[in-house]
Design a protein around this ligand. Structure first.
Ligand code: SF4
Length: 468
């Protein structure tokens, strides 16, 4: 394994000493940089010298470590000269890097497991849905209606439920919105989550109204006693709390230390929130690490798996419009889900939230994590294609989009790959010269003129699914 050290700040003699020491051995580690955190200089001695390895691993030493390494008390610069401390810090860092290098000798670059093992997470109940604990991955969305308008909100939730939404979140910006939660909940059939920022009283009211989960940022709720009141109320009501970070809510000190798109910053911010809840003896927690940067989101989750056992709510925040947002979400969520990480998902799109559900379902179906609905296998077509296979595939997909019965349908342009693919599907069409062959469970059923292909295939699908 080759470890590359990335230097962001290279400011004094200490860094040069360190670089010379660790680059002296070229066997395992290439040094690119050294980063100074905290006060960035040991001369003031409250800082932390850190080396960031691109993988990412962070090796840190603190003034206290330097003190204990010298087996003596350390009192911030009064006891030792700067030079002495520089030397000690370089010694400690060199030892840590040697350890890493030794470990690296027995490890390969990356470790992938096949078949993938799903990450073990704590089971957290949200109304009738369980998140984590190996339970099926649920799909969430958030309403775009004004929560104060209970009727429109209920209408939208019903549409989302019909599309396959398992858990719905609504914004609760004020008292009036909070006061409508019980009414909304009484008219819907899926768990209701209240999204609250800043005002602990809104969280208490949402819990009183009977929501199934609240989403808060304990860091912006305010005084400790306010967080304590919210956690106590949630515990008494038996409901979980979702915490976590997204790109726009990283605390200032974390932003200063890690920057915007650093997965370690996301992990540090989330752990801070979790700690606040744990200090209140609250453990029914769901964690979200939502970056708008796919790579940051991916690595933040990978790093977080080593820190907590709470279930993960996956999402790429501010992913974008229907097309770009779907692609970003598919890449980010797909990479994590393929590695067995993720317990509930939300695709965030600047679009009708029903689209979020369709995309989320498509992601889960493509990974075979959900067996539901019609899966249209379609060839891309080429110069051999003798029917309008693209139009046919699109029409079938559109007209069966909300079916729930699992069914594989093939639309193939010609006989080259057509019969093979169609045979693997439950039902399908292979194009010929102005005609199509209808296949069912590997057997040719009939020859159909091109202008009747859509109608006949749709009829067959409806017969096999009962039209739903
Ligand atoms: S199935 Fe036929 S038409 Fe479709 S891509 Fe393959 S060769 Fe081309």
């Amino acid at each position: 394994m080759k470890i590359i050290l990335e230097i962001e700040h290279f400011i004094n003699r200490q860094a040069i000493l360190l670089k010379n020491r660790i680059t002296g051995d070229k066997k395992g580690i290439a040094v690119k940089s050294v980063e100074f955190g905290g006060n960035r200089c040991f001369c003031n001695c409250q800082g932390i010298l850190a080396i960031r390895l691109i993988f990412p691993i962070l090796i840190e030493i603190s003034p206290q470590e330097i003190a204990s390494d010298n087996k003596s008390d350390y009192n911030y610069g009064r006891q030792y000269s700067d030079q002495h401390r520089h030397q000690l810090s370089v010694d400690i860092l060199s030892r840590k890097i040697k350890l890493l290098r030794d470990n690296a000798k027995v490890k390969s670059d990356m470790e992938f497991k096949y078949p993938p093992v799903r990450r073990k997470s704590r089971a957290v109940r949200v109304g009738g849905v369980i998140i984590g604990g190996g339970f099926p991955i649920s799909i969430q969305s958030m309403t775009t209606s004004d929560t104060r308008d209970a009727e429109s909100t209920v209408d939208q939730i019903r549409r989302l439920t019909e599309a396959g939404c398992d858990i719905i979140r609504v914004a609760v910006p004020d008292d009036e919105a909070a006061s409508k939660l019980a009414e909304i909940k009484s008219k819907i059939s899926i768990p209701l989550v209240a999204d609250i920022h800043f005002k602990y009283k809104l969280a208490l009211e949402a819990i009183r109204q009977g929501v199934d989960k609240i989403r808060i940022n304990p860091g912006n709720i305010g005084d400790d006693w306010k967080v304590a009141e919210v956690t106590r109320a949630a515990k008494d009501a038996g409901i979980p709390i979702r915490v976590g970070v997204n790109s726009g809510s990283l605390p200032k000190d974390i932003l200063k230390r890690f920057g915007h798109d650093n997965p370690e910053g996301f992990v540090a911010a989330a752990l801070r929130q979790i700690e606040i809840l744990e200090n209140n003896d609250f453990r029914d927690i769901v964690v979200a690490l939502k970056s708008s940067n796919v790579s940051t989101a991916f690595w933040a989750h990978i790093l977080m798996t080593e820190k907590v056992e709470y279930p993960f709510h996956l999402g790429i925040t501010e992913a974008g419009t229907r097309q770009t947002g779907s692609i970003k979400s598919a890449v980010g969520l797909g990479a994590l889900l393929l590695n067995g990480i993720g317990d509930t998902i939300r695709v965030s799109l600047a679009a009708d939230p029903v689209e979020e559900i369709r995309v989320a379902k498509a992601i889960l179906k493509s990974l075979e994590l959900k067996k539901e609905g019609v899966d249209v296998i379609a060839c891309p077509t080429c110069g051999r294609c003798q029917i309008d296979a693209i139009r046919l595939a699109e029409a079938i997909e559109e007209k069966t989009r909300d079916f729930k019965t699992p069914l594989k349908v093939a639309v193939m342009g010609c006989v080259v790959n057509g019969p093979g693919e169609a045979a693997a599907a439950d039902v399908g069409i292979t194009g010929g010269d102005g005609v199509g062959l209808l296949f069912k469970k590997g057997k040719t059923i009939s020859k159909i003129p091109e202008d009747r292909l859509e109608e006949v295939l749709l009829d067959e699908i409806k017969k096999m699914t009962g039209g739903k």
